[in-house]
Design a protein around this ligand. Structure first.
Ligand SMILES: *Cc1c(COP(=O)(O)O)cnc(C)c1O
Length: 404
């Protein structure tokens, strides 16, 4: 057996083999393997990516006309464009910051910001459950880093009390809505810690909250009243914004450091101007999407109720987990749902902690009521089957304790 084969065989044996599914989109449904399934694994939270009328009116608009499909170069060479500058100006002013900077994706932003800013005399304290892109960013950074237990701000405070004075700057890194548990950060508490320790800077990734939370859709920082208090406010454009790319809102000087030192920004072709103009087009309409946000919140609460005691109780957002535990059982459950017409992907370690494999429901505002009702009835039925057949059934919350 050669090395590649050995890798694949091992993954298969561990129930961790990944594949890229071929699917087609049709509004809230997807077409896969000849079946039409309700998409419960979408990041198109407001249903905007499915809105052909929006795409059409954008393409017909003045701002789209004349925009190139390629920037042909990095921003620092010949790839800058008016669309980028105009969008960044609006991002900065809407988010209450001096400046904003676009990145090609959330992955680029999260691997490009901390390594550019944090030096070896600094310290990074990151929540245990931050996204893989942030973890890769930590690994690229010269600064030492520690992870605190998920949402355990008492532990964070103790760490700051013992460590903050020994370091130049301390970056506290969290997400606002967590992608696997669907729970949320308590940003005002973190802002309070920042005020207590003058060398602390707050970095918040709003990937799942931008567009979805806050009265104007500006994220959890808007909802919790601390937009200007987050030093590095990151958001991605590929989820609710129905586009591609990411931004950070920050100080003018921090932006200048990033322009000089952030390698994913410097050494990669910039986003296509046409796509930046589209992101800006959607951004300007976010404020008017209150009905979508309300509907999404309503669907989420209803589903969390259905999954209460099975993982649903951890959710505070439109991401609702059914925490199953074992890899195989999770895959079986996903298959059962698929046979009933629901597309919901299983999430397994190492994406989530060992023993907490789960179905992750990621809801969108355009799910039809009728299908959503059928989903809830199906889940209740599966819970009944699960209880009666699983000898090893244990409280699914068991695996939820943190790793440390
Ligand atoms: C999706 C996601 C990212 C990555 O964003 P992309 O634009 O898809 O690269 C970063 N952080 C979090 C929390 C995410 O969920």
């Amino acid at each position: 057996m050669n090395d590649d084969q050995a890798i694949l065989v091992k993954l298969q044996a561990e129930g961790r083999l990944r594949t890229i599914p071929l699917i087609r989109h049709d509004g809230p449904w997807i077409l896969a393997g000849g079946n039409r399934l309700l998409n419960l694994s979408s990041n198109d939270y407001l249903g905007l990516a499915a809105r052909a009328d929006w795409t059409r009116s954008f393409l017909d608009s003045e701002e789209a006309r004349g925009c190139r499909f390629s920037s042909s170069s990095s921003r620092l060479l010949t790839g800058n464009c008016e669309a980028c500058e105009a969008f960044e100006a609006d991002l900065a002013s809407d988010l209450g910051h001096e400046a904003a900077l676009l990145f090609n994706s959330g992955y680029h932003a999260n691997t490009g910001i901390l390594p550019a800013l944090a030096g070896k005399h600094d310290l990074i304290l990151a929540d245990k459950l931050v996204h893989a892109s942030l973890i890769d960013g930590l690994r690229l950074t010269e600064a030492p880093y520690k992870r605190f237990r998920h949402n355990d701000y008492d532990q964070l405070e103790r760490l700051l009390e013992t460590e903050a004075k020994d370091h130049g700057r301390v970056f506290v890194v969290v997400e606002s809505v967590y992608s696997m548990d669907g729970d949320t950060a308590e940003l005002p508490r973190l802002v309070g810690l920042k005020r207590r320790f003058p060398n602390v800077l707050l970095y918040v990734d709003e990937a799942h909250a931008i567009g979805v939370r806050g009265r104007r859709g500006l994220g959890l920082a808007e909802e919790q009243g601390c937009l200007p208090d987050v030093d590095f406010l990151v958001g991605t454009l590929g989820k609710a914004l129905a586009s591609m790319g990411a931004y950070v809102a920050c100080s003018k000087m921090a932006r200048e450091v990033l322009v000089n030192k952030s390698r994913p920004l410097i050494f990669s072709t910039a986003l296509p101007p046409l796509l930046v103009a589209w992101s800006h087009f959607v951004w300007r309409r976010l404020g008017a999407m209150e009905a979508e946000r309300r509907r999404l919140a309503h669907l989420a609460q209803t589903l969390a109720e259905t999954l209460r005691g099975w993982g649903g109780e951890t959710s505070r957002s439109h991401i609702v987990p059914w925490i199953v535990g074992g890899n195989e059982a999770t895959v079986r459950l996903a298959d059962a749902l698929r046979r009933k017409g629901f597309y919901c992907l299983p999430v397994r370690p190492p994406t989530v902690p060992l023993g907490t494999a789960r179905l992750r429901f990621s809801l969108t505002a355009h799910l039809p009521d009728e299908d959503f009702g059928r989903l809830r009835r199906t889940l209740e039925e599966l819970q009944g089957n699960w209880r009666s057949t699983s000898v090893e059934f244990q409280s699914p919350s068991r695996g939820m304790s943190n790793l440390e």
